[in-house]
Structures are given as C-alpha cells and as structure tokens.
Design a protein around this ligand. Structure first.
Ligand code: KG4
Ligand code: ZN
Length: 353
C-alpha cells in the first residue's frame, strides 16, 4: 500500500489530497478562489498567490485529518511544479519542500498536465487502462492532443495555436455577460439555445492535429456584440467590456459557439484515435466536464471514451497524488531544491526530470 499526499496550487484552487495506490481517494480538499476572481472576469495572479498563502496550511492539514493519516504514514509528497502562475506555484512547492524536510518523506515535482491525465486513473472500482491511449487535455490554459504509450511516455500530436479551449469558453462567457468561469455557464445557457442559430467557423479544418479558437471568438464578437464606436462615429478595435446586441439571444450564441468548439475538438480527436490505433480515448481537464463534448465524442467514436468524474475534471490534489504514485513506483524522486516551471510542456523528458 503506497500513500501519497498531493498538493496543487498552480492557478486558482488551493488543493490537497491523500491517495492510496494511485486510485483510492482517502481525502480531497479544495479551496477555490472563484469568488475572489469573479469580479475581474479572470484569474488575478497577485491575488491568487496571496490567497494560496492564506489557505495552504489549513487545506493540507484538513486533507490529512479527513484521510485519518499521520505524516509518518505517508510514503511521499507530490506537488505541482508547473506549468502555471509562478507566484502560485511557489506557494505549493515551498510548502511541500518544508513538509518533506520536516517529515523526511521523499518529494516529487509533478507536471500539472500529467496530473490531469492521472485523474483518469482515479476510478473506483479500479479499471485498468491498456496503452496506447489518446489523450485530449482541455483546460483553462491548455489544449493538447497526445499519444500516451506507457506511464510517462507521451508523444505530442497537436494542440492549440492560440487560445486554449477553456480560455475561449471564458472569453466568450465574458462577452455574453455570463459569470466567471465561462465554461459551465455557457453550457447551462446553451441548454436553452439553438446550436444551429449561428454558423460560426469551425477552427482549422485541415490535416494537422492543431486547433485555433481565436477566429471563432472573433466571429462571436462580431455577430453577437455591439460594435465599439469612437466619438467620431467610426468603428474601433475590440471593446474591453463588450455589450450583447439587444436582438441577439445569448442562449443561441452560447449553443452555437459550444457546438463549433466541441465539433473541432471531436473531429480531430476521433481522427487521431483511428490513425494511432489506440485502445481508448481519454479526456481530462476542466473542459472535459462539458456534457456536449462527452456525448459527441461517445457518439462519433467507435472506441471507448473515458472522462473523470465531474469533481475531478477541474484542478484538485488527488490527480497530483495519483500522478505521484506512478512516479514513485518508477523510483523517480525530486531534489529538495526543486524549482518551479511556469512553462513546462508534457513530454516523455518531463517525466524523467
Ligand atoms: O483544469 P482547470 O480547472 O484549470 C486549468 O488547469 O486551467 O480548467 C478550468 C477551465 C475554465 O476555463 C472553465 O471555464 C472550464 O475549465 N470549464 C468548462 C466546464 N467546466 C469548467 N468548460 C466547458 N464546459 C464546462 N462544463
Ligand atoms: Zn488544470
């Protein structure tokens, strides 16, 4: 039995969890900062790091209490090392270093994207995953299509050239006057809207496995919001706080936007799964909570499609502990002078460092 404490602080959730053998969750504590950032319509980095400092010790203590585990029973401490906001990452990494020093337990720095991947292993009862699998990681900061051939073995097939999928949801949500974060609120509005009301462009219909969502975002802006006029009556560049046109249904725009974005993700994911002959398609990250994405992938692929339970799609400590378990088993440990990596792609090399 291997017991790992996982700590996550890369963005706007301070989270800690205790996980046994990479799949059994003993505790999973999350202090979200959504309310703190909502008034700015996005994550405010300085506020985020300060809130992490205030929350981290209580969150970690609570995760140990909930799990009923004392520090001497832990096998290792896993912490998100990057990618993410530098100030936020430092809070988690420094706290984890302190704990490792005080308890004498090994420390492991984890790639946040790899954490999202391992949220798929947190299933109860445990169901084995046979490699190779296709991974679609869709979060607020990333959109990555990867081939995973074994634990820690990743081959990047493509990704976004501009906005991440979650970022596009958040920006369009703001344009439509919906609360932050945009993703779940657009999904809710879309349920009451018509997905064929607007013909938004579906990004990059080409042979590559790359995505581009900025054209879609601009199309929504053009169709749905009041043009930004200067005092001289001429059109200006994009407005910072655009207003929705009075003759436009927010629900229809939300549904049509979601349809276009999900359509692009599904088309390339299904094609890559065929080309690389994988056993399953795995989706992870905040946007994998989206019901339309889940349904469409299931409908359009002959292969099994797996996604995490809703509470494990967005950032959490359990996924970091699960990723830590597989590193622990592989005998990989980090030094106590571990640094943070704000920009850190997920590759096979990442795994070994
Ligand atoms: O993985 P995550 O918690 O944080 C990052 O690592 O970035 O993802 C957060 C993102 C946000 O952009 C949010 O709008 C999006 O996930 N999201 C959704 C849904 N729930 C969260 N996007 C679409 N549909 C949802 N139901
Ligand atoms: Zn994330």
């Amino acid at each position: 039995m291997t017991t790992i404490l996982g700590i996550e602080s890369s963005c706007d959730e301070t989270a800690a969890a205790v996980v046994v053998d990479g799949h059994t969750i003993l505790s999973n504590v999350i202090a979200t900062q959504i309310d703190l950032h909502a008034r700015y319509g996005g994550v405010f980095p300085e506020l985020a790091s300060r809130a992490h400092v205030e929350a981290i010790s209580a969150v970690v203590d609570q995760s140990m209490t909930d799990a009923g585990v004392s520090y001497d029973k832990l096998d290792a401490i896993a912490v998100t090392r990057g990618p993410g906001l530098v100030g936020s990452l430092l809070v988690g990494v420094n706290y984890a270093k302190g704990l490792a020093l005080a308890t004498g337990k090994p420390l492991m720095g984890i790639n946040h994207l790899e954490g999202h991947v391992y949220s798929l292993w947190l299933s109860e009862p445990y169901r084995e995953i046979r490699f190779p699998v296709l991974l679609l990681i869709v979060s607020g900061g990333h959109t990555e299509l990867l081939l995973m051939t074994d634990h820690g073995k990743y081959e990047r097939l493509g990704g976004t050239l501009d906005d991440a999928a979650g970022e596009a949801f958040d920006k369009v949500g703001r344009m439509l006057g919906l609360p932050f974060p945009g993703g779940p609120n657009i999904e809710r509005a879309a349920k009451m809207g018509n997905p064929t009301a607007f013909k938004f462009p579906r990004s990059k219909r080409d042979e590559s496995y790359d995505f581009s969502f900025s054209g879609l975002k601009t199309a929504v802006m053009r169709e749905a919001t009041v043009p930004h006029m200067g005092a001289d009556g001429k059109k200006r560049g994009p407005e910072k706080n655009p207003k929705v046109r009075s003759d436009v249904s927010v629900n229809d725009v939300a549904a049509s936007f979601q349809d276009a974005l999900v359509g692009a993700l599904v088309e390339k994911t299904v094609r890559a799964a065929k080309e690389y002959n994988v056993t399953e398609i795995l989706i992870a990250g905040g946007v994998s909570a989206n019901g339309v994405l889940r349904q469409r992938l299931r409908a359009e692929s002959e292969l099994p499609v797996r996604y995490p339970p809703l509470n494990l799609c967005t950032d959490n400590g359990a996924m970091i502990a699960a990723a830590g378990y597989f590193r622990f088993e592989a005998g990989l440990r980090s030094d106590l002078d571990l640094d943070v990596q704000p920009m850190w792609p997920l590759t096979s090399d990442t795994y070994a460092t």
